[in-house]
Design a protein around this ligand. Structure first.
Ligand code: SAM
Length: 207
């Protein structure tokens, strides 16, 4: 049994039969696909990092991507597979921890929707790995908890400011970047940053 606090929390959150976040794709996943679609060949590879119960993963599969979902809780992975089966969609669901991402893999589209904020001190390194696995010309879509400036780590919770996130992606082409307040699942308002950006086709060389 995994004793990681976030693992336990999300595994029990997903244990019921209802879809905790519903079964429809969220707005950041939809917009990421909207930006990426005209730029990428059909059958491009897409990764939903921390796919939870799979509503965005199912959407990626429905949109014709060769889609993979990474999820570290068995209950999340079970629900994601169930949703794909209900919709007769094909996608791979891999039970794994994002802290052990294989940095040599390449994907055309990567989304990580409200996941990185639960990786505490490991979040910046994990974000670096996600940026690395996007193929040149590929697209990333992110949503995570925001703070006013810099970065903030409080136990397992990580927050970043929009300015810091944009600094991290300074060589990328941003389609959209926003800081906004949304209603969290617990009913309270929570600030988030979202970013959808394209990796440059040619990596700049600085001698
Ligand atoms: C708020 S839920 C979001 C799930 C999904 N992306 C969505 O938008 O509904 C956070 C997700 O991050 C996953 N997660 C947290 N830490 C993780 C890690 N280290 N490796 C893989 N998944 C992780 C949780 O299991 C959970 O599915």
């Amino acid at each position: 049994m995994n004793t990681d606090y976030e693992w336990q929390r999300w595994n029990s959150t997903f244990a019921g039969e209802q879809y905790y976040y519903g079964d429809e794709a969220g707005p950041v996943a939809r917009r990421t696909v909207r930006y990426a679609k005209p730029l990428l060949p059909s059958g491009a590879r897409a990764l939903d990092a921390g796919c939870g119960e799979g509503q965005d993963l199912a959407y990626l599969a429905e949109q014709g991507y060769r889609a993979t979902g990474f999820e570290f809780t068995p209950e999340g992975a079970r629900k994601a597979r169930q949703l794909l089966e209900e919709r007769r969609l094909r996608a791979e669901v891999v039970e794994c921890d994002l802290r052990t991402l294989n940095r040599t893999e390449r994907y055309d589209v990567v989304i990580a929707i409200n996941v990185l904020q639960f990786l505490g001190k490991d979040a910046p390194d994990c974000l670096g790995a996600l940026m690395e696995i996007v193929r040149p010309g590929g697209v990333i879509g992110l949503s995570l908890f925001a703070c006013e400036s810099g970065e903030d780590i409080e136990g397992t919770i990580y927050r970043t400011s929009l300015e810091t996130l944009l600094q991290t992606f300074q060589d990328w082409h941003p389609f959209e970047a926003a800081e906004l307040w949304q209603w969290g699942a617990g009913g309270q308002a929570q600030p988030f940053v979202t970013l959808v950006a394209r990796k440059p086709l040619v990596v700049r060389f600085t001698p």
